[in-house]
Design a protein around this ligand. Structure first.
Ligand code: OSB
Ligand code: MG
Length: 362
């Protein structure tokens, strides 16, 4: 699916997405999930083609045990453990796990947000993530469009060469907006002085400045900065969240459903952060409608108190694979829907139109 506008991070520029969708079928009902891996192994080790194989050959055969009565499980909460001995590949695991949650919600006649134990709010607060642009003028234009739409905070991507000077110009132009920066692991501790220069711009936070798999250096960096560090890439499990909190490696956590392997682990990370007084928000991976709807459900858990990166479908897609498309209110929120499962209809005609490969595992 071509993106409406390219999306550039410190690691690559994306023009179109290749997305793996998971349908789980049982008792004549379907549940849907989306694997949030990117097209290349640059954000983390996962990518579309590998996720396809892992989901097909490793995750699905283990989860299908549910059907063959070889193992009794109480419900979707038990799915995570079935594939927990796979090292990494959380997005492939999480796409299948989330589909089972959606299935279970539909089977119980519940909206997904209720099924996962959410519902702390009827509308989720929304921000946008804006990629690196070809010029600062282009970035300013994009920010103006998003603020006019009502979004509550702006996240801009940074990298060496597109950081202090650009943030300064954005801050001068928009002195009072809620602004933050995401580096996607583009710096090292040797850049601490440069990162410290960002303190001047009173950002809400700086996201994952250091290595994708690092916690220790972030703990060394945080006391040198006034700006809170938000951890993204390096929190792949609840265990990581506990270690990061113990080391004071950051003050905020971005939770991504896929990165942590699904709703079960996302809830554990959420609970750990809540108990430690660490606010969380829901990150995004340029999802199509199914993943987007799952993120909305996740963001109704109580500790998702900050505006996240879950935004309207039309920022990404001319036509989404769900109907209606995800829309934003003038207040910069997304309103919950009360239908069973993830709450939107799948646009099967369109999904068929954009499907390039299909396999069934029985
Ligand atoms: O780090 O949050 C990130 C997109 C792709 C990979 C990593 C990230 C992102 C985003 C976009 O920031 C979030 C979105 O709008 O879906
Ligand atoms: Mg990020």
């Amino acid at each position: 699916m071509p993106l409406v506008h390219f999306f550039e991070t410190s690691f690559s520029r994306t023009y179109e997405r290749k997305i793996v969708i998971v349908e789980v079928v049982s008792e004549g009902l379907s549940g849907w999930g989306e694997i949030t891996a990117g097209e290349h192994p640059f954000y983390n080790e996962e990518w579309t083609e590998a996720a396809w194989i892992i989901a097909r050959d490793y995750v699905a055969p283990r989860v299908i045990l549910l059907d063959s009565k070889q193992r009794e499980i109480a419900g979707a909460a038990d799915v995570n453990a079935l594939s927990a001995h796979i090292r990494g590949h959380n997005m492939a695991r999480g796409g299948v796990e989330a589909a089972v949650w959606d299935w279970q919600a539909r089977r119980n006649g519940n909206p997904l947000w209720k099924e996962i134990g959410g519902g702390a709010r009827r509308e989720i607060p929304c921000g946008v993530s804006i990629g690196i642009q070809d010029s600062v003028e282009q970035l300013i234009e994009k920010i103006e469009v998003e603020l006019a739409a009502g979004y509550q905070r702006i996240k801009m991507k940074i990298k060496p060469g597109w950081d202090v000077d650009v943030v300064r110009r954005i801050r001068e132009r928009f002195p009072s907006i809620r602004l933050m920066a995401d580096a996607n692991s583009a710096y090292t501790l040797a850049d601490a002085a440069r990162l410290k220069q960002l303190d001047e711009f009173y950002l809400m936070m700086i996201e994952q400045p250091l290595a994708h798999d690092d916690i220790i250096d972030h703990a060394a960096l945080q006391p040198q900065l006034e700006t809170p560090i938000c951890l993204d890439e390096c929190i792949r499990t609840d265990h990581h969240a506990r270690q990061a909190i113990a080391m004071k490696a950051g003050r905020i956590v971005n939770i991504k459903l896929g990165r942590v392997g699904g709703f079960g682990e996302a809830k554990r990370v959420h609970d750990t952060c809540e108990a430690a007084g660490i606010p969380v928000w829901c990150g995004g991976m340029l999802e199509a409608g199914i993943g987007r709807a799952h993120n909305i459900a996740l963001a109704t858990l109580p500790n998702f108190t900050l505006p996240g990166d879950v935004s309207a479908s039309n920022r990404y897609w001319k036509r989404d694979i769900i109907s209606p498309a995800v829309e934003i209110t003038p207040r910069g929120t997304i309103a919950l829907r009360d239908g069973p499962g993830f709450g939107y209809e799948i646009d099967h005609d369109f999904m068929r139109h954009v499907t390039v490969r299909e396999e069934t595992v029985v």
